[in-house]
Design a protein. Structure first.
Length: 83
């Protein structure tokens, strides 16, 4: 079960990353920040409020990234129901 979940997370990451590669030509470079707090994967993005690296007005989407020595944490949030 654990391996299946990891594959699903990896597939979701690759899908999102690929979408940004296709859409992201001539877009600003995104850099992650070193994780300085606990990140809880719960769908609530309160711990990300001061780590918004990019905001797209057209899609009303924000992206934030933290990393540690093992993982890259990505917050992709949108106020658009279409997204």
């Amino acid at each position: 079960m654990e391996a299946r979940n990891m594959r699903l997370y990896f597939l979701a990451f690759i899908t999102v990353f690929s979408a940004f590669l296709v859409e992201g030509c001539n877009e600003p470079e995104l850099n992650s920040r070193w994780r300085d707090r606990e990140i809880t994967i719960d769908g609530i993005h309160t711990e990300w409020q001061d780590c918004r690296l990019y905001y797209d007005k057209e899609t009303r989407t924000t992206i934030g990234m933290f990393n540690d020595e093992y993982c890259l944490y990505i917050c992709l949030a949108s106020s658009s129901r279409k997204m």
